[in-house]
Unconditional design. Structure first.
Length: 288
């Protein structure tokens, strides 16, 4: 017997009407109404039966249903309490789905996922995309793959290379932790309500170890943040936002062999690592 498909305009309209659901702009709710898109996202995740997968913001269960039908063991974290009753109804026939009410930035993810490796698959709310992605990566969770739908502009930033307009702190951070690729774009008509922008699905393969060696990650990310704080200024000037004195910045750049008159957006990950290590060696070593 075929399951009813949630990801269709008729079913989504019906569910919203039946449960009196009005999409929350504040929570960035846009429900998928394209089964093809759901299938393509699930395919991009390459899920195996029984494999643990974490979904962020299941909404009314459109993508969740596709994940469940793959045979994966799905844990879906939903912030909007109004949708819990809806999810109980739309996903009642799946015993491989666990719905958790909570904020993904606050829940204990390792405990939720039984301290085992897992994949993340999600249609992320636009308003909080970057904080969610960075939180998941910075926690160093045993994530094997991250497949997320985001605004196309954000997707382009995630995969951007040095010297391009889209290149920024998010690009460097995501590429430090993962190997990202844009899998496909999703048109606004695939959602209800239709957003004003095109979306993209990005697949990030988590790196077993970062591609560069750094003495202190915290210093690396302070350098990266400073580099893009004032994009039109030279790197020497933007480094002042770190609190370092002019002579300290000059000493770091000399040791790193980096021209401080360049803009931060021209540096690649290795150059950021070299600067961070010079900072650590000169000013962050414990006193003997």
């Amino acid at each position: 017997m075929l399951e009813s498909v949630i990801a269709s305009p008729e079913v989504v309209h019906y569910i919203c009407k039946r449960f009196g659901i009005h999409m929350s702009k504040k929570l960035g709710q846009n429900f998928l109404i394209s089964r093809r898109v759901v299938d393509d996202i699930v395919r991009a995740a390459e899920l195996e039966p029984g494999e643990p997968v974490l979904e962020v913001g299941p909404g009314i269960g459109t993508l969740t249903q596709g994940l469940a039908q793959s045979g994966a063991s799905v844990t879906a974290v939903e912030l909007d309490r109004r949708l819990l009753e809806v999810l109980d109804h739309t996903l009642e026939s799946y015993d491989n789905v666990q719905i958790v009410h909570g904020d993904i930035l606050k829940v204990n993810i390792p405990e939720l996922m039984n301290y085992k490796p897992f994949k993340v698959v999600a249609n992320l709310p636009y308003y909080i995309t970057t904080p969610i992605i960075m939180s998941l990566l910075e926690m160093k969770l045993p994530i094997e793959r991250l497949v997320v739908m985001v605004q196309k502009e954000v997707a382009e930033r995630m995969v951007a290379t040095p010297g391009t307009k889209a290149y920024g702190a998010l690009s460097v951070a995501v590429q430090y932790y993962t190997e990202p690729e844009i899998v496909f774009d999703v048109l606004p008509k695939s959602f209800l309500p239709a957003p004003e922008v095109t979306s993209s699905v990005v697949r990030c393969k988590l790196r077993p170890k970062p591609p560069v060696d750094v003495m202190e990650e915290a210093i690396l990310f302070r350098v990266i943040k400073a580099a893009f704080a004032q994009r039109r200024k030279t790197f020497s000037n933007t480094m002042k936002t770190t609190g370092l004195k002019k002579e300290q910045i000059e000493a770091i750049l000399t040791k790193a062999g980096i021209d401080g008159n360049r803009r931060g957006e021209t540096f690649d990950l290795q150059e950021f690592a070299t600067i961070a290590n010079a900072w650590s060696e000169l000013y962050n070593q414990p006193s003997q």
